[in-house]
Design a protein around this ligand. Structure first.
Ligand code: FAD
Ligand code: DCQ
Length: 424
């Protein structure tokens, strides 16, 4: 009988544990190692940061959920993966043996790459619920004494959607409070143009988001590198199309949230063959690490090349639908390996996403990720805001009930022509 170990209990890790348990043979053991007691629905962090959600509403205790499904839970950080000896070293110095390992650790937030960036410096973050909770307190103070906002994503970032979401969400909150007139807003991004999203744009995301920025009086700077942040001031170098410095900006702010670049977590960083120079885990078409084929990776910790070269380097986003597709493929491929078969399931790296803008939102489908595409669609409207709230409730329900993808989700997705698994 086999021991399947999953590191991480987030958007990828929890569904992975459920799907794996369901697909494993009766005697196989499934174990989750996570450094937190709670699961968080990360896409709702922007709402936490403006006090539209309390953190308790988007978090669930992991231990009882896993215990109810006979999945073992070790609440500790994985300190190091030793793929040569099929072991995970835990923070307390003990070791866990595995036959199959699934790495689902999400990003390490690389604030240290820019002096003054991040919650230990002078900008807020929404990437982790702890940060969003801190940001919510700072937002309350800001509301009492507003001033300029700088929001966006730094060089090397890959996750741009939440930066746009948060700009529009703050803007909506300020308008509701009749404070918008006191808050000049600037969007600073390493993308070559507004709406690139790390995807080379989706539909006319450039036109749509530029237009929304214009309508809401949000200025923008593209091809931007943030060189340093001081208390209340961001130093930004704007680059030309060749990637040469074009203009220096000193942007005063009273509130700032910037998406950092992501790296892989320390537990895999520098492990020969297991991770690339940024600490991301390379995988083959079947989610397996080429050097250690009994090690699989899913979610943000996976190495994916940029969609195209840009003047200021940026990465490609890994969104929820793609992650769920990786989960399903991995569970099926591990089951095939258990049965002594070759893997057969490939995830489809489609970007399907709901982005919330406070009272409206934008839905996009990019299929495949790299243009030109068969489906290249973006649509804006109030329905997306409502759909995102519904999706949050649905995902929380799914994690609470231990469900892997139910049939009606598949019907909706099939109807959209977005297949999670290739060739199905
Ligand atoms: P995570 O959900 O971050 O989970 C990682 C887990 O691993 C966590 O439980 C963490 O505690 C644990 N962990 C980390 N290191 C260790 C260790 N050493 N040992 C043990 N455990 C460890 N995508 C969408 O499709 N739609 C959206 O609307 C959307 N919004 C987003 C908003 C924000 C603010 C961000 C940052 C991302 C958003 N994404 C969205 C992208 C993506 O869906 C999320 O980043 C998602 O959380 C990634 O899932 P994951 O499982 O890879 O990582
Ligand atoms: O897992 C998802 C996730 O959480 C990480 C999101 O964040 C909110 C998502 O947006 C997934 C899968 C998504 C995509 C959800 C797409 C729903 C599409 C419904 C479209 C209905 C059209 C009629």
């Amino acid at each position: 009988m086999a021991h399947i170990v999953i590191i991480g209990a987030g958007i990828g890790g929890m569904p992975m544990a459920y799907e794996m348990k369901q697909l494993a043979r009766p005697g196989d053991e499934v174990t989750v190692i996570a450094n937190t007691a709670t699961f968080h629905f990360v896409p709702s962090n922007p709402w936490v940061a403006v006090n539209w959600r309390k953190r308790g509403e988007i978090e669930l205790e992991i231990a009882p959920l896993l215990a109810a499904r006979k999945i073992r839970f070790i609440q500790q950080a994985a300190a190091r993966v030793h793929p040569g000896r099929n072991q995970v070293e835990l923070a307390d110095g003990s070791f866990v043996d595995y036959d199959y390992l699934v790495i689902a650790t999400g990003p390490r937030l690389a604030f240290e790459e820019i002096p003054g960036l991040g919650p230990d410096g002078h900008t807020q973050s929404i990437c982790h619920v702890d940060h969003a909770t801190t940001a919510a307190g700072v937002w309350s103070d800001f509301i009492a004494d507003p001033g300029p906002i700088v929001v966006g994503a730094v060089q090397g970032a890959s996750c741009f959607g939440p930066a746009y979401e948060f700009a529009f969400i703050m803007e909506t909150d300020l308008r509701k409070r009749k404070l918008r007139d006191r808050v000049p807003m600037t969007f600073v991004t390493s993308e070559p143009y507004i709406g690139h999203l790390g995807l080379g744009g989706v539909g006319d995301s450039k036109g749509m988001l530029e237009s929304m920025f214009r309508e809401r009086h949000i200025k923008w700077i593209c091809n931007a590198k943030v060189t340093r942040v001081e208390d209340g001031k961001m130093f930004v170098t704007e680059h030309d199309d060749e990637g040469k410095p074009k203009k220096e900006h000193e942007l005063p702010f009273r509130y700032s949230m910037m998406l950092p670049a992501f790296k892989g977590v320390d537990a895999v960083f520098g492990v020969e063959g297991l991770s690339n120079p940024r600490g991301f885990v390379p995988i083959d078409a079947y989610q397996r690490n080429p050097a250690y084929p009994n090690v699989y990776a899913i979610g943000v910790c996976v190495a994916i090349p940029p969609v195209e070269t840009t003047p200021v380097p940026i990465g490609t986003p890994k969104t929820g639908f793609m992650i769920e597709s990786m989960v399903t493929a991995t569970a099926k491929n591990i089951r095939a390996a258990l049965d002594g078969h070759e893997p057969g399931e490939k995830a489809t790296w489609n970007a399907v996403c709901l982005a919330d803008f406070g009272s409206s939102g934008a839905a996009f489908i990019a299929l495949p990720q790299i243009p030109p595409r068969n489906v290249n669609w973006v649509s804006e409207g109030k329905w997306v805001h409502l759909a995102k709230v519904a999706f949050e409730k649905y995902f929380m329900y799914k994690v609470r009930k231990g469900k892997s993808e139910p049939i009606y989700e598949k019907i909706v997705m099939d109807a959209l022509g977005v297949m999670k698994l290739k060739g199905r």
